[in-house]
Write a protein that binds this ligand. Structure first.
Ligand SMILES: NC(=O)c1ccc[n+]([C@@H]2O[C@H](COP(=O)([O-])OP(=O)(O)OC[C@H]3O[C@@H](n4cnc5c(N)ncnc54)[C@H](O)[C@@H]3O)[C@@H](O)[C@H]2O)c1
Length: 304
């Protein structure tokens, strides 16, 4: 019996796939390579089958998973601004996943997003009333509602994890959509100046990708149905991130500050971690300081 990972050739997906393969699981990756890449799976050892297709094609594929991690959803807000039809893709892809779960009896754990808290004051709790003001939030809230609907109609239990800002290796194929920690690191390592919108005091709850992978697996092993945050409960400003990167890489690069061109910009994110902790026993283990060290090592930029 296999574990299906939609979006498994993406950043978080490939880190999850690596972990599942190391645990001896038989893994099927379904990815349309929108922002994913086969490079992310290169060199992973184990029982892995990769299907290059969209979640929309699930009904015509021969799949019979015992568990489904559904991460294969267009992954960033600006994409939806350019292509509003991605809202439909996110919704229909998710319906295809839940139809498959209904047929195969698989449990589903899916990616939701801290972007749902846009416009709400931190700390962000799962029971806050979500304000939908853009296409991306509409899509992600709809995904959560579909999961709820399959529970009401068919008793399917699933967990939606609202990921905060995940960072780690294998974000190259996301390009400008990669996390800011990683984008700053790439720039600074080339000796270039990172560019910050505004004055750098905006804060994010940055979570290391291996902690996200732990949360995904804990959610799969639980019997709970509903929505949980996957964050650290601690936030850092972009200025602090640059300082940590300078320390790690032994550089003294100052960022360039430019006027913020983005409407509806999110200034602060911070996860209330209490529900995930009481339901799953999940707490992030890796601090940003350690995560940056591991990230730099992962890219072969160990502290000289
Ligand atoms: N990285 C973060 O900080 C973060 C935060 C909140 C939510 N998320 C969500 O977590 C999931 C994984 O994010 P990521 O950071 O690894 O991004 P990613 O872009 O690397 O991963 C998404 C993967 O899904 C694939 N995909 C997109 N549409 C698809 C479709 N219709 N069918 C099949 N595959 C499809 C892409 O090709 C890509 O490989 C996404 O749903 C994303 O929105 C990520």
């Amino acid at each position: 019996m296999s574990v299906l990972v939609t979006g498994g050739a993406g950043f978080i997906g490939s880190n999850l796939v690596e972990d599942l393969l190391n645990s001896g699981e038989e893994v099927v990756v379904l990815d349309n390579m929108h922002t994913g890449s086969l490079n992310n799976l290169a060199g992973l050892d184990g029982n892995l089958n990769v299907i290059e297709a969209s979640c929309l094609e699930i009904p015509i594929l021969d799949l019979n998973p015992i568990e489904i991690f559904h991460l294969g959803i267009p992954s960033s807000s600006p994409m939806y601004k350019k292509q509003p039809f991605l809202v439909g893709e996110a919704i229909n892809g998710t319906i295809a996943v839940f139809e498959l779960a209904k047929k195969s009896g698989a449990r589903v754990v899916y990616a939701s997003s801290s972007s749902l808290y846009n416009g709400l004051n931190p700390p962000h709790r799962e029971d806050m009333k979500i304000l939908v003001t853009d296409y991306y939030t509409e899509a992600r809230l709809a995904v959560e509602r579909i999961a709820e609907l399959y529970n009401i109609l068919f008793g399917l239990k699933s967990i939606g994890l609202r990921f905060f800002s995940a960072y780690g290796i294998r974000e190259e194929s996301k390009k400008m959509y990669a996390n800011m920690v990683t984008q700053f690191l790439w720039k600074m390592k080339e000796g270039k100046t990172p560019v910050i919108y505004g004055d750098g005091t905006q804060t994010r709850d940055f979570i290391y990708v291996k902690d996200i992978v732990r949360a995904l697996k804990m959610a799969m092993n639980s019997d709970y149905h509903g929505i949980l945050n996957a964050g650290t409960g601690k936030s850092y400003s972009f200025n602090e991130v640059i300082e940590l990167l300078n320390n790690q890489l032994q550089l003294e690069i100052k960022p360039t500050y430019v006027e913020n061109p983005i409407k509806n910009y999110v200034y602060h994110t911070l996860s209330d971690t209490s529900k995930a902790e009481s339901v799953l026993g999940f707490r992030s283990q890796c601090s940003l300081e350690e995560g940056i060290e591991r990230l730099a090592e992962g890219y072969g930029f160990a502290n000289p």
